[in-house]
Write a protein that binds this ligand. Sequence first.
Ligand SMILES: Cc1cc2nc3c(=O)[nH]c(=O)nc-3n(C[C@H](O)[C@H](O)[C@H](O)COP(=O)(O)OP(=O)(O)OC[C@H]3O[C@@H](n4cnc5c(N)ncnc54)[C@H](O)[C@@H]3O)c2cc1C
Length: 466
Amino acid sequence: KDVETYVIDMSFYTDLGEDGNDRMEILSIDEENKKAKVRVNAGTREDEFDTFLAENNLALQTVTAGGIFSMGGMTSNDVHGGSIRCGIFAETCSEFTFVTYDQNKGGVHEVSINSSNSDLETADGFHPIQFARVNLGCLGIVTSIVVDCDLRPHQESLQGRMAFVHVTLEQEFCYAFQDFCKHQRMECFYDPYKGGFLPLMWDLVDEFDTLGTKNDPPALTLDTEDHAIKQFYGAPLQGIFFRKGGPLDFIESLAEGSMAGSQYLEGTYRVGKKGAEFFVKTAMSNIATSQVAAAFTAYSEAWLQDAARCVFMSYFVKLPNLEEEGLAKTYQLLQVVTKLVNEPKNFHIAGPMEFRFVKGGTSANAGTYCPDDPDATFVNLDLIAFTSAGEGNKDPVRYPKKLLQFMADVEREWFGAGGLPHQGKMYGFYDPQGAEGNCCPPFNANFVQEVRSQRDQSALTAFNTF
Ligand SMILES: Cc1cc2nc3c(=O)[nH]c(=O)nc-3n(C[C@H](O)[C@H](O)[C@H](O)COP(=O)(O)OP(=O)(O)OC[C@H]3O[C@@H](n4cnc5c(N)ncnc54)[C@H](O)[C@@H]3O)c2cc1C
């Protein structure tokens, strides 16, 4: 048979520890500087790795919401967490081992790229670690990664906070967020109908270095291999009222259909955008009550317990700073969505928006690439929309026109503001060479080309050469 695509499941790949049967090993712990290095195999899920670290009084420097992804998937693109003074996840990794192919080097062979090995620097002045981080799967199969970690002596060392503010003025937003951004990690949900902001904040503090409760993370129901055996990748599907797959699943299916439907109700029924508003409110309260409460109780940052089937678009936009000016820009970027969803007869999002702040870095393919300004802050803006379940609805060509138009209208503004898309989500909902105001299914070829032209050309050329 002509096979064009192979899927390699890395869940079972282990080559660490004395006998090569482990998927995680601690390389070093520097008590004085409170830093550690831990090697992990690429197929390992983030939640299993996070649990291993907590058991060993360590912590990741930045954490995605859910812990449901593989380390290889998280470092192959610009995945990030809510650590304000830290770059994307891949920037916290200092070594990558690949299995790759080169006829001149004897065919299939192993290569390790370590950030501190300066001999590796390429002729054009780049270090290969800049390509290994956010490698887009182009450099071969990543088998292991060294992750730089923090020390977390006790459970209480990681302190979680949650707040809720209702904001109607840009100035009010700046005032509130100057305070929230004093925390080390912040992830915020936004209800564009009511102006409600739900920031979740975490700090790794010194106060509990000598006293506190022993780190004892809850045992995982399924580890990386268990998930693979069950052919279960990703997060459990979220229920609006009841968990998917549970005894009341039939009610859930009805609710899921009405959630997707609520995005289009304006002008059709008297209910208007109230349906979508209801689902945003329900999701925010679900995050605040059951999901985050469970994470706080376990002294964990991985709050996402389950996830909905959705279309995800995410942009990184560079800010002038994380003070009034930068926060005002963030507010204006959020208002692009606020304005559109509140317009009559428009598309109405039925899930909250989300944003996080992240530092710039040197990874050539990241939306946060800015080697000359290491202290730069980026805002990452996340937008979700729901599509109906079922095979027939999966293909983006079948996404409703209103959904595509909405995504395109937001994207025009965010891309126009100098933003670059997150490589692990959807983008390209319009054709920059098409008619004014057009929209189309994601990954439009002309748009992808336009994104390429906006990236740093020397970094792009150096990556291609490498
Ligand atoms: C519910 C949900 C929540 C999310 N939350 C966040 C978030 O908080 N922050 C964020 O930044 N993103 C988030 N994302 C996006 C997500 O983190 C990325 O899409 C991530 O890349 C998925 O990882 P994966 O393990 O599923 O990778 P896959 O989808 O399996 O792979 C992604 C890419 O990496 C390549 N790859 C994977 N493993 C290897 C390897 N070993 N060697 C070489 N190439 C490899 C694949 O070929 C593919 O090109 C979220 C997505 C969803 C659906």
